[in-house]
Write a protein that binds this ligand. Sequence first.
Ligand code: PMP
Length: 450
Amino acid sequence: MTPQPNPEAGAAVKAADRAHVFHSWSAQELIDPLAVAGAEGSYFWDYDGKRYLDFTSGLVYTNIGYQHPKVVAAIQEQAATLSTFAPAFAIEARSEAARLIAERTPGDLDKIFFTNGGADAVEHAVRMARLHTGRAKVLSAYRSYHGGTQQAINITGDPRRWASDGAAAGVVHFWAPYLYRSRFYAETEEQECARALEHLETTIAFEGPGTVAAIILETIPGTAGIMVPPPGYLAGVREICDKYGIVFVLDEVMAGFGRTGEWFAADLFGVVPDLITFAKGVNSGYVPLGGVAISGAIAETFGKRPYPGGLTYSGHPLACAAAVATINVMAEEGVVENAGHLGASVVGPALRELAERHASVGEVRGVGMFWALDLVKNKETREPLVPYNAAGEANAAMVAFGGAAKKHGIWPFINMNRTHVVPPCNVSEAELKEGIAALDAALSVADEYT
Ligand code: PMP
């Protein structure tokens, strides 16, 4: 499909949006949402006919791009045959989605509890861990994002939690590894890893090991900056969990389903948690779906005793049909391998080359189609290009950078002082090169603020 300019239609869409839509995470009068006319593959376009290469994959979920014909057809077919059915019944699309997911999860995480998205998956993972252990506390990392519902936002370790603090019962935050801005005065990955593990174990000792139900970590923290953990860290957390009988939850809502060049990022580190939360890429976000993959031992807890939780739309047939089609497309079209291969051969080298030339690029981190550029005012001091949680004028550098990126035809993912490169996992090499050239031009604008 090619974009057809129709500015009047765009103005009408925008006017209705401004009149009646209450947007998430926003001061309603200070935003100016782009009216989107259509999307296909790695691109979307507005009503003026301007096309953007989507370097955000939506909110890092369109892992096979927009409007994949096989997924669209599967949703249409499911709608025509059995558009909805309550969760207590066995439905072909749901059974098949669960089988395909369980086949890909590591270890014995073979039971799948479906939710509507990522935050409710986190809510349920925490509930399962608390009931399984009979303990209350949950340990989670600063610099993390786990969702916008009450428990998930309390667990989150970024400023969006602050407005909901006070409602948090039993959530304790700790520092996970991030060598570039080490909390542990570490200079090597080995030191960062060892000291972060020591810090976690000390935190548990002071909280009381018998009170901690779960440790939840994003396998690779996404929203907070794609901080790939050093080798040995997650295996070390696994050992600590085993030592104290703590449930280990890996949140793969963003990192799962091909994003890192593996079906699950846990596979990059050879680690098997007790629970994995997933959403987003499971069906490329075509219909809301999330879930928890559950180990045999935790599933057994709820063998004779009912699991107290569920949602009306858990495992909705349309969402599950989209998941079946998406997973099959990913397998048939080598999407996971594409993300791993082009990440290592194209994105990583190109971003490192940009870092050498641009004064504003402090660090490049990532794997697969999951990369971040940490933008700085000064490469020596590593002072972030904008202050932590900057807004308004303090954020001018990132606003200018974002504007330049859009002008050059990419839609960038921007969070605080970072821009993330997170295109669809089936992006082509030519698209990546086009996007990186645009990023290069936009970084020249960011350089002016160093
Ligand atoms: N966990 C992680 C790691 C996420 O990245 C997100 C969303 N960005 C969530 C949970 C919440 O997912 P949702 O918005 O689907 O509720």
